[in-house]
Design a protein around this ligand. Structure first.
Ligand code: PGA
Length: 256
């Protein structure tokens, strides 16, 4: 089946609300963002969701969050639920980003709980997986990513998997300026799809999207996303400037 490409920005912990609003207005002033074949989403700090939802309404630009808690409500100071994010305008949420795994002690078990909660909410999950440099150099990238997938997707079910986007983000490529080669991205996305087919079924594996993340910029975006296996990109640093992000979206949507 032909899957719609997804270009998702990940702002991480950047921008005040005023700066976020300025970005949104500048992005929209450049013209149509995305196309029938290319969906665009910005995963922003949750405090900006409501304001940006008003600005992007009707533009086709979707919003996402970068983290979520798995309980619906209760005494969990500082946490935000799926329902709260959806109510504030999010359609997507990143789960298991490597920075959350490394800096905030998110385990495979926590990531699985978050994914289960997201899959029974209106939000669509973007699950991040990826090997570190040591694992890549030892030729153990498939083992590392396969183990992360097995743990994260436990009990998710076929319906959850169909709504899933997996972001393959090798740790050695994140924020380093060292983008993976297009062949490496294609190979790992194909592996991820085959792993999901073995965990669930071919139909679910065929419907889910697998995107690449790690130092994507306007120069590398097109080559990385071309071909059948890579369904888009998760863009960190290069999503912070409206002109740069717009160029990335265009370089993908003009060539698909
Ligand atoms: P980067 O980040 O594009 O700045 O490498 C990607 C990510 O962490 O999602």
């Amino acid at each position: 089946m032909t899957r719609r490409k997804l270009i998702a920005g990940n702002w991480k912990m950047h921008k005040t609300t005023a700066q976020a609003i300025q970005f949104a207005n500048e992005l929209l002033s450049r013209g149509a963002v995305g196309s029938a074949k290319t969906e665009v989403c910005l995963c922003v700090p949750s405090v900006h969701l409501y304001a940006l939802a008003g600005i992007f309404e009707g533009s086709g630009v979707k919003l996402g969050a970068q983290n979520v808690y798995y309980e619906d409500e209760g005494a969990y100071t500082g946490e935000i639920s799926c329902g709260m994010l959806a109510g504030a305008g999010a359609g997507y949420v990143i789960v298991g980003h490597s920075e959350r795994r490394a800096l905030f002690a998110e385990t495979d078990d926590i990531i699985n709980k978050k994914l289960l909660a997201v899959c029974s909410s209106p939000l669509n999950p973007i699950l991040c997986v990826g090997e570190n440099l040591e694992q890549r150099e030892a030729g153990a990238e498939r083992q590392a990513v396969g183990d992360q997938l097995e743990a994260a997707l436990r009990d998710i079910g076929v319906r959850g998997v169909q709504r899933l986007t997996v972001a393959y983000e090798p740790l050695w490529a994140i924020g380093t300026g060292k983008t993976a080669l297009p062949g490496q991205a294609r190979e790992m996305c194909a592996f991820i799809r085959s792993k999901i087919e073995s965990l669930y079924d071919g139909h679910a594996a065929d419907r889910m999207r697998c995107i690449y993340g790690g130092s994507v910029d306007p120069v590398t975006a097109h080559d990385i996303v071309s071909g059948a296996d890579v369904d888009g990109a998760l863009v960190g640093g290069a999503s912070l400037k409206p002109d740069v992000f717009f160029d990335i979206v265009n370089s993908v949507s003009n060539h698909t």
